[in-house]
Design a protein around this ligand. Structure first.
Ligand code: GLY
Length: 413
């Protein structure tokens, strides 16, 4: 084909625009590069101070030092998950070796039936390990973990029990069969197990659990209850309360985040439009909330200090002139929205834009640590459990995990 002079100029300009590095950056605003550069520095230092494979970095203590936990803690899967994401981004085998070490020391949990957190613990570690290495022994460990998680399923209730029986904050209610909104996240392990074994049982349990959650945890405005307590004999709901939120009828920010992420993932695995519709409404409650700050990093609960909401735990508002944020919720939601935006038709653009706004906030100096600070975690200003007086305005290993996941999703968008 013979090119005219004008065509040549147009082609030259087009090639220049496409290949210019600045433009590629504009697409994702250089956020993945910024976050992963910091992750390399911070995690390099973290590995220098964390050498015991039974001490998993989790957060900072009240005195400002690093708080690590043993392999049975619910957060154990996130540190190897952080390392796997870093390996995925850099392709550097140094990170792969570390990821393998920190993953493999969690193995005993494949028989753990003491709580519902196995999805977090095993899928964020071994799930990423299997995805990135194809090592068949990891697949077997994941299947055994799914079997253990299913031991907490009661067909009468149609849900996986989150915690063993315990009392509510006011001591007045015994939670016989507490199921918490967070539990949606553990279902991904079950979908995986069905796919690799061909056995529908795991998926059927996951779908039933999601249906019950949709029915019993979600209010008519698509905000969420944290804890639903069931009667194990009749399967009926006995109470709807909170454990980590402000009050029973308020909306705990991270609970809403787990719900948005969880229903988006269940839609991915089932293609059932009921779950997509639910994820969209949950996301809209969050994004359109009058109490969501302009930087889109939520307060730890959407209704803190609001009239009509009464905490039944010991709360002294005078101790907190500024209501603490929970940046971990924003990290989870930003990752979820990047996925949801691909399923949500016309609303997709709006969700992607919101996710990028959140990631911009998280990547700003207000929330992203300076190298060598923040106990070598990435994200600052998270809240673990305010009512317990624990982990207020601290880094949390799972905030880093969902932040890095969101950056990878943005990079490949
Ligand atoms: N149980 C998980 C969380 O604190 O969000």
């Amino acid at each position: 084909m013979k090119l005219t002079g004008l065509t040549k100029i147009i082609l030259f300009v087009a090639c220049f625009l496409v290949t210019r590095p600045g433009l590629a950056q504009q697409k994702n605003q250089g956020l993945p590069e910024k976050g992963f550069n910091l992750a390399q520095q911070q995690y390099h230092r973290m590995l220098e101070v964390s050498t015991n494979l039974n001490k998993y970095p989790r957060t900072s203590t009240k005195d400002g030092s690093l708080r690590s936990v043993d392999i049975w803690d619910w957060t154990g899967g996130f540190w190897p998950g952080d390392l796997w994401y870093l390996y995925e981004y850099t392709k550097d085998t140094v990170w792969k070796q570390q990821s393998i070490k920190w993953t493999e020391s969690l193995e005993k949990n494949k028989f753990n039936t003491s709580n519902h957190d196995l999805g977090f613990m095993m899928y964020c570690s071994y799930g990423n390990a299997y995805r990135l290495t194809g090592n068949e022994s990891y697949k077997d460990i994941l299947i055994q973990s799914a079997k253990s998680l299913c031991k907490r399923y009661n067909p009468k209730v149609g849900s996986i029990e989150s915690w063993n029986s315990r009392l509510s904050w006011d001591g007045k209610t015994m939670w016989y069969y507490p199921v918490i909104i967070d539990n949606m996240m553990n279902l991904e392990l079950l979908f995986f197990a069905s796919k690799v074994t061909g056995d529908r049982t795991y998926k059927d349990i996951a779908v039933k659990h999601a249906e019950q959650t949709m029915k019993n945890h979600i209010r008519s405005d698509y905000s969420t209850y944290h804890v639903v307590n069931y009667d194990t004999l009749s399967g009926k709901v006995l109470n709807r309360q909170t454990c980590q939120g402000y009050s029973d009828h308020s909306t705990w920010a991270r609970g809403q985040a787990w719900a948005i992420y969880g229903f988006t993932m269940v839609y991915r695995e089932t293609k059932d439009p009921r779950f997509l519709n639910t994820a969209i409404h949950l996301a809209d409650f969050y994004l359109k909330n009058k109490n969501l700050p302009e930087d889109k990093i939520p307060y730890w609960d959407f209704n803190v200090n609001e009239k009509g909401y009464r905490p039944d735990w010991k709360y002294d508002p005078s101790l907190y002139k500024l209501v603490p944020r929970d940046a971990s919720a924003a990290a989870i939601v930003s990752s979820a929205l990047l996925e949801l935006s691909k399923y949500a038709g016309k609303k997709g653009k709006e969700y992607k834009l919101n996710a990028i706004q959140m990631l911009n906030s998280l990547s700003s100096s207000s929330y992203l640590a300076q190298p060598g600070t923040n106990n070598n975690f990435l994200i600052k200003h998270c809240t673990g459990s305010f009512p317990h007086g624990e982990e207020i305005d601290v880094p949390l290993v799972y905030a880093d995990y969902y932040y890095l996941e969101a950056l990878l999703r943005l990079k490949d968008y």
